[in-house]
Design a protein. Sequence first.
Length: 580
Amino acid sequence: MDLNAYTRTISTLFSTNVKYVVPRFQREYSWTKDEVSELWHDVINNLNIKDDKIVNLEYFIGSLVLIGEDKSSEMLIVDGQQRLTTITILLSALVETFKSIGQNDFAQGIYSTYIEGKDVRFKPFFKLENENPAPFLQESIQHISKKENQPQNKEEKTLWDSYLYFINKLKLENLKKDIKFWNDIPGSIDQKQLAILEAVRDEILLNLKVIYITVANEDDAYMIFETLNARGKNLSSVDLIKNDLFKVLNSTHPDDTAKRNWKQIQLNLSSRATKINFETFFRHFWLSKYNFVTESKIYKNFKIESNKDSFNHYDFIVDLGKEADIYNLIANPLKTDWPDQNDATVFNSLNALSLFQITQIRTFILALIKKRVDRLINHSDFCKILNEMEKFHFKYSGISSLKMNIFEGKYSKTARDIRKATTKQQSKEVIDQLLSFYKEKEPSFDSFKQKFSELKFTNQYTRDKKLIQYVFSKIENSYRQTDELSINKISLEHIDPQTNANGNYGWLGNLLPIDKQLNEQCGNKSFIDKLPIYEQSDLKVVNEFLKKHKSKINWDETNQNDWFDFLADVAYNQTWKLEM
């Protein structure tokens, strides 16, 4: 491998008519406020004043690895795109700041020399080119006449946040705070501001130094990309796997299918209310289909799999996209995903499992839904395992909060086992084994009851509100034998009012689900005055409550305990009773 290395300034890089291109295998722009602010403070901390003049100190900001010859008109960025992009954003913010204070010549000087170039036909181009966030980066940040576009994805939002950070830092009031020697700069406030802006510009262009390394071909670049890290951001397993996939799937004509499919996966994972982390999805996908490994060993494991004769890189990326669509159904369940009335219980179970905030189960559910799509699992078996999973994890995770570490490996193996099933009977056998495992690990009634008693809801303590609504909704539906009741439509009535400062009014023994309007009618009335209002409710749970307590004349601690005991027994032994 031939390497050519030089020391260069940012001015040397960008003042020539060279286009620096972020290649297709590169990851998205990902510098957060931490990295951006570090660069800003590196710049201003290397400014000083001597004899009434601002002086600049040199500062090394790392290496820049490029594909191309030294005299090339276009270079591909292998390592350093995060720094070059951030520096371009900072220069663009300087352009906008000079314009805002009426210094258009200074603005045009930076823009025409370091941001925009002209080719031999005098056609303009940006010296840093990145197609992934186009046209947002180009129109809203790089161009001298900026358009007001709203960020549409995570990368665009990150780029915009960096730009706004620098725009804010370059404002007069913040320069006064950040520049320690502000009062020592001679001249008026406007003269001081201009002097600092010029010094910041000169520090970036003339005093930030990089080691400029060029390699001749793409194969050498991919090898370097696997081993080098951008400043402050280690390459993840997914970055490295993407690099390997793009290396093999290197055709870009007539269409760059690898890049298009990868970008579509990213868009799909961020298309719903809760955006899904790509690395999280990929690990669950890998554990579900290939091997149970730690995050740090996924790339090594991928290399082993991808070297097998049976491995097809194109099929892999297509399959990844299909599984990402399924993963969205699990992580962000919507009723519209399951429009068939026979699938209503599927949505309810997925929604409940999402409420419990456990992710380890997704490994298995991913394989389960894929098996259903392939018609290798009965509808009844499919619904049953999701329902039993919901029951088990309500007791184990939602209420008892027991450790989930034993389930990560279990769900990975079960997922891979069900993927191997070639008949519905084999799928059923895998499911039955998981049901037996649930029975072994089910918390005892006493331990469940203890944790169940800790659920609490008051106007000041709302963490458990959705879970308590879910509890009453499921108990109600267990009496009705339907799943029609929405947890969002239940108001939680404090039988002993919250205004009673001495009462234990927040726990389950003092709560009752009723309609919002009835709840408002109850207000802070006494127990005896609330009973006629409770009788207006159509809920079965309220009817059960009235059967037990209608004859009581007051609501005391004994009555609360009796009501809680009833709820705990119904929950454990009826509503969430595991079946075999």
